[in-house]
Design a protein around this ligand. Sequence first.
Ligand SMILES: NC(=O)C1=CN([C@@H]2O[C@H](COP(=O)(O)OP(=O)(O)OC[C@H]3O[C@@H](n4cnc5c(N)ncnc54)[C@H](OP(=O)(O)O)[C@@H]3O)[C@@H](O)[C@H]2O)[C@@H](O)CC1
Ligand SMILES: Nc1ncnc2c1ncn2[C@@H]1O[C@H](COP(=O)(O)OP(=O)(O)O)[C@@H](O)[C@H]1O
Ligand SMILES: [K+]
Length: 463
Amino acid sequence: MRTAYSVETVRAAERELMARLPEGTLMRRAAAGLAASCAGLLRRVYGARIVLLVGPGDNGGDALYAGARLARRGAGVTAVPMDPGRMHPGGLAALLGAGGRVASAVPGRADLVVDGLLGIGGRGGLRPAAAALVERIPPGAVVVAADLPSGVDADTGEVVGAAVRADVTVTFGAYKPGLLIDPGASRAGAVRLVDIGLTLPAPDAQALQHADVAGLLPEPGAASDKYRRGVVGIVAGSARYPGAAVLAVAGALRGGAGAVRYVGPAAVGEAVLARYPETLIGRGRVQAWVVGPGLGDERRAQVLEDPVPVLVDADGLRGLDPQALRARTAPTLLTPHAGEAAALLGVGREEVEAGRLASVRALAQRYGATVLLKGSTTLVCDGTAPVRVNPTGTPWLATAGSGDVLSGLAGSLLAAGLSGPDAASVAAYLHGLAARRAASGAPLHAHEVAEALPAAWRDVRTP
Ligand SMILES: NC(=O)C1=CN([C@@H]2O[C@H](COP(=O)(O)OP(=O)(O)OC[C@H]3O[C@@H](n4cnc5c(N)ncnc54)[C@H](OP(=O)(O)O)[C@@H]3O)[C@@H](O)[C@H]2O)[C@@H](O)CC1
Ligand SMILES: Nc1ncnc2c1ncn2[C@@H]1O[C@H](COP(=O)(O)OP(=O)(O)O)[C@@H](O)[C@H]1O
Ligand SMILES: [K+]
């Protein structure tokens, strides 16, 4: 499990540790890790041209101490301050003592640039002096962010205006949520964690890894039969969108339930059967429902009255009543994309996209449900446990019908007995992995995602 911690939590852990250690120890550890990463990214440290963008706080201090280490190994290191009057004094002395220099403008050429402008003390969009330095980063230089890319909000991943686009981020003590959630995540590049010895409490966000997912996958045992494995009911499709039903069934058949039942217009049922003859047709007992893909409007309410887990997607999300959902005795899982989330919250779509974490939390709170917010970073929140950030996926998934596959898959996992948050995060993980496999750099169709799910499942189970 990759875990991430808010600024407040990191600061508290740092205070606690700093009180027990000689002054400067943590910064030395951070700088040593940063310098080692930079050295590893250069073909040769000796003679390399390194530029440090130095902010006024301790993030600048990290960069200066790391620069001093690299200068001692023969690199040509130039520090460019955001505010010449405010540079970490100890770090500056170390750099100058090691033969580094300070310049007022960013050199036109560099092999590597260290972004030490802002770390967890950054607030709001970059101020003009910082943004001006970021604009001057020489093309072709490897960009290494200290702790996080400047301009990214550490707690949320939000970016207002300019932000550094790093190739590598060397983060200290703990991952911050903003390194895992877009748009911040896409600015961070590859993230490396330097252990500085912090003791941390429960995380604010977490990202499942293969081993976590493998531990959650439902597996049949000797005593299993198709009913014990769970039946998932799919209420989806309409004359206008028959394909949504086929795709949801395609996802559900690969999610571990023992049987998939389709409920909907007869003509759509025939289309489902033509593709998947193993589907049961018509109402009957189920262990979980999926309602919404390509549905039109009517039949949602009856499903929500059934005391089994219900996943609501797409058309099913229109006009949902928070009170009715809160009154349900079984789990509810909502799977909106940004547009649907915006409608559920009564805000603009851009607001959801710019503030994904706040949006998913607000939805879970308001509707008393587990919420899977789809998009460039898929988030899962049940209002209490840490928010789950899906680490798999590809922008090729932005193709019609891929969400239908996801809802069928997640519903199948619910029917197989997983909790709302587990079903949602395992489904997102497998779906993203399947899409990467199926796309491998070329356009992707939704049915190909469904077809790649068994391979993704096997990948996850392979140690
Ligand atoms: N604590 C520890 O144990 C360890 C901490 N470590 C390191 O310290 C970092 C945190 O350092 P920090 O607290 O000094 O904050 P930091 O990120 O340098 O920024 C604050 C400065 O930025 C300025 N500023 C703010 N927003 C701005 C904006 N939008 N645009 C422009 N400027 C802006 C703000 O200015 P002011 O508001 O004061 O005018 C203030 O001067 C942390 O990320 C890690 O790298 C490691 O060494 C490990 C041990
Ligand atoms: N930019 C992106 N990067 C990664 N995944 C994306 C991106 N855009 C969309 N997706 C994923 O693609 C799927 C689209 O689902 P959805 O919007 O419901 O489409 P549809 O309704 O056509 O099925 C979701 O799993 C979503 O997370
Ligand atoms: K930084």
